[in-house]
Each structure stands twice: as C-alpha cells, then as structure tokens.
Write a protein that binds this ligand. Sequence first.
Ligand code: NAI
Length: 675
Amino acid sequence: MNHWKLDIVDELATLSLDVAGQSANLLSQEVLSEFDQLLRDLEGQPLRGLIIRSTKPSGFIAGADVREFERISDPARAAELARAGQLVFGRLARLPFPSAVAIHGFCLGGGLELALACTYRIARDDPGTRLGLPEVRLGIHPGFAGTLRLPPLVGDLAALDLMLTGRSVSAREARRLGLVDEIVPERHLLRAAAQFLRRRRPSRRAPWWRRAPGWAPLRPLVARLMARQVAKKANSEHYPAPYRILELWRQRAGEEREALSIGELLVARTSRNLVHVFLIGEELKREGRKHPHGIEQVHVVGAGVMGADIAMWAAYKGFRVSLQDRTPEILARATKRAHEFFKKQLKDARAVQEAMDRFMPDVEGHGLARADLVIEAIVEKVEAKRELFRTVEQRARPQALLATNTSSIPLETLAESLKDPARLVGLHFFNPVAKMQLVEIVRGAQTGEEALRRARAFGVALDRLPLDVKSSPGFLVNRILMPYLIEAVKMAEEGISIVHIDRAARAFGMPMGPIELADAVGLDICLSVAQMLAGPLGIEVPQRLAELVEQGVLGKKSNGGFYKYDAKGRLKRPRADKAPEIPITERLILRLLNEAVACLREGVVTEPSAVDAGMVYGTGFAPYLGGPMRYIESLGETGISHSLYRLAQEYGKRFAPDPGWTQPELFLRTAVRRP
Ligand code: NAI
C-alpha cells in the first residue's frame, strides 16, 4: 500500500491515510482502490470496529484529485468512476462492525462523503477544521452517494444549503448541524472515536422536523422555492449543477442517477472551465508558496479607501500592522472600520481583541522603522508618492520590502526616487480588498527577483492570488476592463438604455453590468483611469463621462451616477422599452477580448492562463467560460478577429483587431512563464 497504513490492536482496526508525495490528502483513483482493497480484507475479520484518520498535519481529505477530471472526456467513463467510488463507500457503510472517522483540518468533497459513509464522525474542535461539499463550485455535485447520505443526517434544508452553496463549516457548526457526532480537542480525538465504537450507539439521524421538508407531498414545493433562490444567483444555462442537485433530491434519485448526472456534468463546458479556473488559482498559490516572505510587521501609508482596507485585511490574516495617514481623524475612521470588520468576521471577543492589538494607528509613522514591508497607498500623485518613497527609504530597515498600490503610475517613475530601485514592487490590490481575490504583483524594469518572490509569498499569506504583471499602463486587469466600460458608456451616449446594456452583460455572465460597475467604482475614478490609458493605448474617453464628473455626479458614492439610488444605496433600475437591434454584447465583449490579446502580445503577462486568472479573480468575468482566453479558444481566434473587422467597419477603428490575433504562438498554453 502506498497511501494507507493499517494497524489492528485488540480487534480494533485503524486505517491511516497519508497520500504519498503530497502535502494534502486527495482522493485519487489509486487512493480509492487501495482503500477498497483494505476494506475487502477487513470485512471478513472478527473486529470490534474501524477508525479512519489522516496522519497528515494539513488535514483529513481535501477532496477529489481535480487534476484527474481534466483527463476524462467521456460521460460514461466519468459515471463509471463515480460508481466505483459509490461501491467503495457502500462497502464501508455495510461493514459488519461500526466505523468511526477522526477528522481534523480539511474534510471536503469526497473526503466528507467518505466520512458520511462511516457510522460515527468525530472532529477536532479548532478553527482549522472545515467540512463541506464544494463540488458545486466546480460545476458538479457530490458523486459518491453524498447527495443521498447527507439529507437524513442533517435534515433536508441544511443538506441542500451545504450542497447548493458549497460552503464549508467549522467543527462547531458541523456539531450543531449534526454533521459530526462529537467535537473534541486534539488529544482526545482517537480516544473519542474508540469510545463511540465501544458504546455502539445507534447512528445519528436528524430529528423529524428537520426531515419534514423531504416528505413526499412537500418535496415539489420545497424544490420549486429553492430553485427560485438559486436562480437569483446562478443562471441555469451557465450553471446547471445546483439545479441538478435539487432535481436529484426532489426525485429521491438513487446512486445510479447520481452517477449518471455527475458523469454528464463533469465533461460539460461549465465544469471544464470552472476546473480550469480553480487549477490556475492553485498554480498561482503554489508559485507564491515556493519562497518565504520573511514578513511579520507591515507598515501601510495612506488610510483611504485602499490603505485602510489593506491594513485591516493584513491584521485579520495575522500580520502586525501600523497604519499611517496625515490626521488622527482619518486613522480613527479606519480603526473603527477595522473593528467592525473583525467583529463581523471573527465573532469571538478574544479573537477580535487580538486582531485589534495587531492593528496600530500610527500618525507619527513610528512603525516605518520596524516594518519588514512598507505599502504605499496614498493619493495617486506622482510627486507625493516620490517624496514619500524618499523618506521611506531613509527610515525603513535596509532589508524591508517596499511596495506601492498605485493603479496607474509606472513603477519606473516611482523607482527614480530610490537609491535601490530593486526593492520596489507593485502590490496592486482590488477594491474591496476583503472580497477581491486577486493581487497584481507588478514588476518594474528594475524590480529585483527577491522582491518579487517575497511579494508573491506575502500575497498568498494574505489568502490572495498573486499574479505577475509587467509595469505598463493599467497593468493587466484595469487595462482589459477599461475598453469594455468605455464601450458601455459610448452606447449610453448613443441613447441605448443603460438597462439593456447592463442586462446584456449580465446575461453573458458578468457579475454586474458595466454601467452599474462604473457607478460602483466611482465615475471620477473611471475617468482618471480612462484618461491615463487614453494616451498610451489610443483610447477615446467618452464626453459623457467627463461631463458627469464635472457636474459632481460620481456614482453610488455621490448618491447618483448613471443610475439613481434610494436612501439605502440600492440601485433603482428604470423601465426600459424593447431592446434595440444592436449587438450590445458583441460590442462589449469583443473590445475586452481584443485588449486581452493586446496584453499578451505586449507581454504584460506571458501566458493565456494569466489573463484568465486576472479577469476571473480580479473582476468576476464569467467563470463558467473560464476567462477571456479560454473563451477565445472555444470560439476560435479567426472567427473573433473577423467579427472585429466587421465591427470596425460599422463602428470605427477602435474595433480594429490587434496584431496579436495573427500570432498563434500567443494562444498556446504552456507552463507558466514570467513577464
Ligand atoms: P484615497 O484618496 O481614498 O486615500 C488616500 C489617503 O492617503 C488619504 O487618506 C490621504 O489623507 C492619505 N495621504 C495622502 N498623502 C499622504 C502622505 N504623504 N502621507 C500619509 N498619508 C497620505 O485613495 P485610494 O482610493 O485609497 O487610493 C490609494 C492608492 O491606491 C492610489 O495609488 C490608487 O491608485 C490605488 N488604488 C485605488 C483603488 C480604488 O479602487 N480606489 C484600487 C486599487 C488601487
């Protein structure tokens, strides 16, 4: 056996999983078949019980080995694999003696399905324990009989909630839900499992009232109501998996139907693309983890929209942070915001206090001399930033990493004020920092390798995805997004209803329409980014945008932009007539795709996957399409560049296809290359 170890003491068997060559346990086919073999051997033995556990510090089982999904292209083969898993877990559930699983750390997907097939589940009581069925996030659903075993255990609504959202729960919540029988401190974990086996209590079932929504006469109604909830979040054409989960539940479908359904989903476009997005995110994390960041103390200068949130997030993630700005009032506002955020996230009073202790308002800037990393997030003015970096370099420790959050100033311009420009890197966060997963790691002409490595590692330590980009106007994400936003404003200028424009983008799969987005970001910010990109990229800034900003109409923050907002800040969508006969979606998306290709051609990033990662994780670009480059791949470059020609003839040269469309090497997917 490569991955499992069996011990039998006193007629009690213990199976310990430690998947060879990996830091986390994943359920590959090989791991499952070894498990099956062991269960066959144990079946016939006179045992009192079986304990299953992981001997990896990282946790129990983090789920299936997603990389194997990409190699399966036939739905029948995928269903067959699900059936094989069902058989193994069925064997576990039918053992002639009871089984108990001892859970710590991640217990996700197939790992939780394994646990569900055991008689008892005991979990370690600490914040690192997470249980969940995240399959839906990869466009599939549980396939090893999890859809069948979960509802009777925790009740139908709780089971549907877990499967439909894919969210994971802590040990305590799992206990509350009935997902685990007992939670205990680390040192009691195995003893508690053995005790459960000795006592042989009947296995758990949710109380009748929690199973009531599953009664036959109620099912269709409950399924309909839930489907309505799901529809608010996920379009059934783009994301079929949650609807399948409801359907399987409503029909009380058995294992065979579960296997057939997952077989179809696994090879379909949505799941393929969601898996692609997931794997490139994992790749960015892996790259980032390769080197230590050596950072404990962070000093942030500028406590505005971005600086305050960066400081708050870093303190939340365990760093000691000092936050500097010009007045105590600005810092007081930032501190209050951080406190509210910690309370909301951490709930536990002690944890909130500890996070607050790590967050130090610092009007004098004392933290600067102690920091391992200094992040500049002051106003977007070249001279102010240069002046600041001169002081920073004088006062900071020689080994401290220096970073800027600028969204438009070339790093080279800022580096001129430094004696050692190799220390300066861009850490470009997205707004709101606590929500947006991406951080662009910006490489200036003189940025050193060591600075880049530390910046990436710091990004990962913040639980963000660090994406390398070359210092150039707008970097990657803002640059690709801007032509799309500008096209939307242009259409509004032409008199097309903003309702239709936004609706078209949402129907394509964007999380919000471009006009809503412009309002949310702030029209002044959009204007300044557009003006900054206008020169170098030859972008024409719509008159309308400048006019609105001049009138003080700045979007949601000024209580009105393209849309009006009610007192609670909710957008009031005006009525719109019939949609006009204009290729709205095409105009929006093709400008975006054209810019994506331009970025690759110029080497802003060097890999199509990097464009996908940037746009999906930085802007929410239709995840079911897998990102702009994956979308281009599915449609074919030639077709798109022809459409661009056509639009260029009709609407102007801004649609002229970028020269990159005729360079096939740009579209090749290779291992990650760096700019
Ligand atoms: P902001 O205007 O909200 O905040 C800037 C803060 O810096 C203010 O509180 C100001 O008092 C302070 N400040 C100015 N000069 C200072 C100095 N010499 N010493 C200490 N504090 C000083 O600006 P925001 O939006 O937070 O932007 C900051 C940086 O982040 C800019 O470089 C911007 O381009 C970038 N950025 C902004 C994003 C956004 O969505 N707002 C997104 C990503 C980057």
